[in-house]
Design a protein around this ligand. Structure first.
Ligand SMILES: *[C@@H]1O[C@H](CO)[C@@H](O)[C@H](O)[C@H]1NC(C)=O
Ligand SMILES: *[C@@H]1O[C@H](CO)[C@@H](O)[C@H](O)[C@H]1NC(C)=O
Ligand SMILES: *[C@@H]1O[C@H](CO)[C@@H](O)[C@H](O)[C@H]1NC(C)=O
Ligand SMILES: *[C@@H]1O[C@H](CO)[C@@H](O)[C@H](O)[C@H]1NC(C)=O
Ligand SMILES: *[C@@H]1O[C@H](CO)[C@@H](O)[C@H](O)[C@H]1NC(C)=O
Ligand SMILES: *[C@@H]1O[C@H](CO)[C@@H](O)[C@H](O)[C@H]1NC(C)=O
Ligand SMILES: *[C@@H]1O[C@H](CO)[C@@H](O)[C@H](O)[C@H]1NC(C)=O
Length: 684
């Protein structure tokens, strides 16, 4: 092995340019000289290392790297013709930052542009959230993915898949190969750090696409993936071929060691022994190449450096308790976050949520903008559960959820690091401030986004996640005004550490389903109730309970219902829209809002149904039943009393909270056996 690695230093790449229809590329390593540099376009952080290895990403979080052959390759004779057959072989290696924890993956890519600008993480640098799945992408990719993303229906965290215009693979399988051309399949670990050769062959005469893998130089007879597809609609006449890779919260270095490509002919397999070596965690090889004495000196120097480093680390480390190691690696150091937020300066304060203050920050190394939430927690025991829940929240990934990037604990403080949302929270746009406005189109898109994020929490993850605090101030808007739900799971966390003999309900008045104070148990339908309140306020531009309004307008849902009953539903629409909205959509949203706001949990739709209504897949029922059971019904009474007593007796309390700027009225109750009024008094 060591000698082979030495050899590779003396190997040069080989390149053969042939007429377009039988074009061939052959890179046995990518020695960094002018011809390779001219023939490969490297973007983002991709680069060629000293020894001729192509490094698409290093092991820093959320990066992407691309390398494409600089000239377009002709895939068809004419723009409407049939795609030629092609064949390619390449050798990849994935070296994760932490052994066994991969950080996304790489893809052999055929694309319209050599300057792809996708998103990192699960998008592998190929696509972004808006264009994923669009047939205008003309994107072909064979992905080597080391993370299981539920959003894109990944089968596991070690798979190979064929993707057409989409990040959802059309076919995929566990990375593996057939041994000695026999029937035995052997699993391969993509993130092992060892070179793996892959062959992708397309035979246009029979529309067959196959993928084979092997840890060796010779191609197995049997592929692990075959897919019958005519690529003619996907590939255009001229396309760029190359590679794309990305890292996520966790990261791996992604390498390509050699690559051969052939149009209308079989690509030459690569000889693994002549390829550059993979820089791995095992640094022994280099020491071997130098004389023993030099190696010894180096070892001594390294040992001293390591010792100094360790001492320095120990002296500077936050004290980490044993259980914290179980949580996973995305733990930021307190120092890093202190630096990011400029010592938690008040100037960086973005807001104050129910759980703590939120600061804006810029991570010192990557310069990524983040939001840092600082939560104080008294009980040590609760904290531990709190943190283990965070590990589970960290795995939730969806484009309509604010991504948790990491965390840090310091004494009683817990710091959560989230993606920074440039446009702040939705409540700033729909209430109060007359100067900012959102068009109906924007509002509708935000609602659809939030609904799909909430559906993912309810049904898309390993376990049902109940948000418990859906409301306008927890809907955050990114730079393109996409709605993303924040703070998911936190309400539940907050319940940990409470005295088990009391029930603590977290939520916000007006969004709290009426059964909640009675049962104390949050369910997916209590989330639907809160989502209904959100629908109404986005359409009407008003809070669910508005103490400034006249008594008949005090409770938004009642007011909307009255107008609906009287057949003048559209009169409740936000005056800031100045009548500029799609009537069918507006009626649908308002009716859906009433539907979700039903006092009886059983009468509310599920989030899956809500999404189908919003996407227009099914129509909202013509007749919506009254959200409240008016005549002496069990359901109505508690909530009405609750609201009325709140409005009359606790008005001052409400105003005093408003004036401190804390709009999130977190309700925590010690007991629910008594009357609604005493519930409120039990708050402090
Ligand atoms: C392209 O089409 C023309 C005419 O149909 C044919 O003569 C030529 O050989 C084709 N070229 C390739 C590369 O197939
Ligand atoms: C690519 O490599 C070939 C062979 O070394 C060289 O002739 C050519 O100039 C290079 N550059 C481009 C852009 O093709
Ligand atoms: C990875 O690359 C980025 C961008 O070039 C750089 O800022 C970062 O320091 C690199 N990380 C490591 C671990 O080398
Ligand atoms: C997504 O990618 C497409 C095509 O590259 C681009 O036109 C579009 O602007 C991108 N959208 C975003 C939100 O970046
Ligand atoms: C696909 O992209 C095209 C152009 O980029 C756009 O006009 C079209 O609306 C997109 N289609 C979908 C379904 O997103
Ligand atoms: C591939 O998958 C995408 C997304 O699931 C789908 O839209 C497309 O029709 C599929 N293509 C083929 C050829 O099956
Ligand atoms: C290969 O991996 C798959 C998926 O992880 C697993 O189900 C299967 O048991 C493994 N096979 C062997 C032989 O280890």
């Amino acid at each position: 092995m060591v000698r082979l690695c030495l050899l590779c230093f003396f190997f040069f790449f080989l390149f053969l340019a042939a007429p377009a229809a039988s074009q061939q590329l052959y890179f046995s390593g990518f020695q960094d000289d002018a011809a390779v540099a001219a023939n490969l376009t490297l973007t983002d952080i991709a680069k060629i290392e000293q020894n001729g290895i192509l490094k698409l990403t290093n092991d820093t979080s959320r990066l992407q790297g691309h390398a494409f052959y600089s000239s377009p390759v002709r895939f068809k004779n004419s723009s409407d013709g049939k795609v030629f057959s092609f064949s390619t072989a390449f050798v990849i290696a994935v070296v994760p930052e932490y052994p066994t924890l991969g950080g996304h993956g790489l893809a052999f890519t055929i694309a319209r542009s050599k300057n792809l600008r996708g998103l990192p993480s699960q998008y592998l640098g190929l696509l972004n959230a808006t264009d994923v799945g669009n047939f205008t992408n003309h994107l072909f990719a064979v992905e080597f993915d080391t993370v299981q993303d539920f959003e894109f229906a990944d089968i596991n965290d070690n798979h190979v898949g064929i993707n057409l215009n989409h990040m959802v693979s059309n076919v995929s399988t566990t990375a593996s190969y057939f041994v000695d051309d026999g029937p035995t399949k052997q699993n391969l670990t993509l993130k092992s750090g060892r070179p793996i050769q892959a062959w992708v062959d397309y035979d246009s005469s029979v529309n067959s696409l196959t993928v084979a893998l092997s840890p060796f130089s010779t191609k197995p007879k049997k592929p692990i993936l075959s897919f019958n597809v005519d690529l003619s609609p996907i590939l255009e006449e001229f396309m760029y071929v190359g590679f794309s890779a990305s890292t996520g919260l966790l990261a791996s270095s992604h390498y390509v060691l050699g690559w051969s490509f052939s149009m209308n002919g079989q690509a030459r397999s690569l000889d693994l022994s002549s390829l550059p070596s993979v820089p791995g965690p095992k640094k022994k090889h280099t020491a071997f190449t130098i004389g023993v004495s030099v190696a010894a000196v180096l070892i001594v120097i390294i040992a001293i450096c390591v010792a100094v480093l360790i001492i320095w680390k120990i002296k500077n480390a936050d004290i980490i308790e044993a259980w914290e190691h179980e949580i996973g690696p995305h733990r930021y150091s307190y120092k890093e976050l202190k630096k990011a937020t400029k010592r938690f300066r008040d100037k960086e304060l973005l807001g104050r949520g129910g759980f703590g203050k939120v600061y804006k920050g810029t991570l010192p190394n990557s310069k990524i903008q983040v939001a840092v939430k600082r939560i104080s927690h008294e009980s040590k025991q609760g904290l531990r559960e709190f943190v283990s829940e965070i590990a589970s929240i960290g795995r939730l990934r969806h484009r309509n959820l604010v991504q948790l990037l990491g965390w840090c604990r310091r004494r009683g403080d817990l710091l959560l690091v989230y993606d920074f949302m440039a446009n702040g929270s939705l409540d700033n746009y729909i209430f109060d401030d007359p100067d900012v406005n959102l068009s109906w189109q924007q509002r509708f898109r935000i609602i659809k986004g939030v609904a799909s994020g909430l559906l993912y929490l309810h049904e898309g993850y390993e376990q049902v996640v109940i948000h418990r605090d859906v409301k306008a101030s927890n809907v955050l808007l990114d730079s393109e005004m996409n709605g993303k739900l924040g703070d998911f799971g936190l309400a539940r966390l907050y319940e940990h550490g409470a005295n088990p003999s009391t029930t603590r309900v977290v939520g916000t008045l007006g969004y709290l389903a009426p059964e909640l104070p009675r049962t104390g148990k949050a369910t997916t339908s209590s989330d639907v109730y809160a989502f209904g309140a959100l629908l109404l306020e986005v359409a009407c531009g008003r809070r669910p309970i508005d103490p400034k309004s006249s008594s008949e307008e005090l409770v938004l849902v009642d007011w909307v219902w009255e107008n609906y009953r009287e057949g003048k539903l559209l009169e409740v629409m936000d005056p800031k829209l100045k009548g500029d909205f799609n009537v069918a959509e507006a009626v649908m949203i308002l009716k859906l809002g009433l539907f979700c706001s039903n006092d009886s949990a059983a009468a509310r739709p599920s989030m899956r149904q809500v999404v189908m209504f919003l996407e227009g897949e099914i129509g909202v029922p013509e007749e919506i039943s009254a959200p409240k059971v008016m005549e002496g019904g069990r359901n109505g009474e508690g909530f009405d009393d609750f609201v009325n007593s709140f409005a009359s007796s606790s008005f001052n309390k409400f105003s005093s909270y408003s004036s401190t700027g804390n709009r999130d009225m977190d309700m925590s109750f010690a007991s629910f056996s008594t009357s609604p009024l005493s519930l409120l008094n039990g708050r402090d």
